[in-house]
Write a protein of this length. Sequence first.
Lengths: 269, 328
Amino acid sequence: MSILAQRIRIEPQAEPEPAIERLRLEDVSVFYGGIAAVKNVSFPIHQGEVLALIGPSGCGKTTLLRTLNRLTELTPSASHSGRILLDGEDIDEIVDTELRRRVAMVFQQPNPFPMSIFDNVGFALREQSRRRPRRHEIAPDVDRALQRAGLYREVRDSLDHSALRLSGGQQQRLCIARAIAQQPEILLMDEPCSALDPRSTATIEDLILQLREDLAVVVVTHNLQQARRIADRVAFMYLGDLVELGPTEQIFDDPVEVETREYVAGVFG
Amino acid sequence: MADAAPPLAPPRRRHGRRESVWRWRRSDLAIFALSWIAGMGLCVITSALVAFFAVKGAQYLRPNLLVQSPSPSVSQAGSGGFLDPIEGTILLGAIGLVIAVPLGVTTALWVLEFGRPRWLARIVDSTVEIIAGTPDVVLAIFGLALFELGLFAPLSFGQPGGAFGRSFLTCGIIVSAVAIPSIYTATRNGLISTPRQLREASYALGKTKTATIRRVVLPAIRRDIATGSALGLGRIIGDTAIVILLLGATLQTQTQSSTPILGLLRGTGSTLTSYAFNASPAGDGNAPTKAYAAAALLLVLVLVLNWCVGRIGRIGGPPLHTERRLGA
């Protein structure tokens, strides 16, 4: 039996209905130059849920994800319309650095900084204040973040070693630890397991399920089985449109839209 | 129970059948041959140079030359060693690097990270190329004209109608210009090849652009900066024209006042290159064997620097960006 198949299946229906709405998208469209990559997307994201964005390549999943913490602003030709509200406040009104501390992100490729394991996590905490905190001041927070990311036991004796020497799975968990060290409200994950082996993937998926207790997680994934395993709700996007959004069971077992049915059935991808 | 299978051994590496070189088109063959000839020719020239000075060094380089100051004498035996030129080389290298590294790195940072308007960034980029292509003697003449202005007297010492203009400081300032292009280019290439994802990861943590550059990008390209600095240092210690015109042409180090450090910086002296030039048949020293010895020592310094550049490339774990492997 494969490692993934052995994992405990968490039934989305068994979870209580998420209550607190953290993020709300209202008619959000994203453009690269004159081309709309995301078209009039609206949906809420709740505390304590994992929302998976699925869809074929180029459908706008990653663009939408990067709009949620305004990383698209780094692309000169990108612009967006509509409103994204974080706890009721328009994200365009929030200072970009503060927004990104509240809406953290983990990328497809593990991207540890060229510094020690401790400093990778400490970097997130250190640069927030004008006065550079000493190591002993941030050490408890660093340890806590590494523990939450399930990495502490593996690296506790080598916190001062270069993060570049960790394995791919460990590097990705380090990136997650770095992202959650600042205690964000939302965690965005752009195909976090696509560069990892099945064992590391299983570890990260377990981690995502644990993290959702404290924050809202939005995951972009190409892996439909993964979406089914970890998501409470699934949003299917196609050609920039949000085709269907609903509970995981419904999207996979009883989709309303034809495109959704064909996509989850593997007719196209 | 069956015996355990022997461990798999890799087979001898072999290629499948390849097309013979002699079946290539003549133009392709010509380029292929020229590449080989150029590469091998350069190897032969460098090997001859190293071998020549290895022989001369073994013949003339003696330990006492490294600890004796040069002294004025008509005979080679009484003209001392080259302790002062060695100290001068180290001091000038240090001054040059102290000026060139911050300038080269921050210029590259500005051009690539903040350079607005773009036309101004392009002009700055071209300026560095112009400096790289400017002959050293031109820089030296300009430096002399500049530092002879009375305004710059504190950098050397004043004299009627202006300043002397020649000192370790003035020479270091101008000689740093020959190192800046190496440092600038290495930093620029490092910045260009830094993975975009690394910056985005920092921005995604809520970091500013400055914090990202200072704490993430610069550490990521420290090897590039170190390599550029080592190459720049090689240019500084190998320079002759600027040293001859701007260091005062005194073989012995002469301080300008009793103030310990400032007096030395404002003083004059020589380096191994200017010493070798002076001692060679082209100079006034008439000590060709010492010129060979100084040149051999200089070559050793350059070879050590080259070795250091190679070592620097391996420090700090795997590179963040892909480096092209040499050879087919």
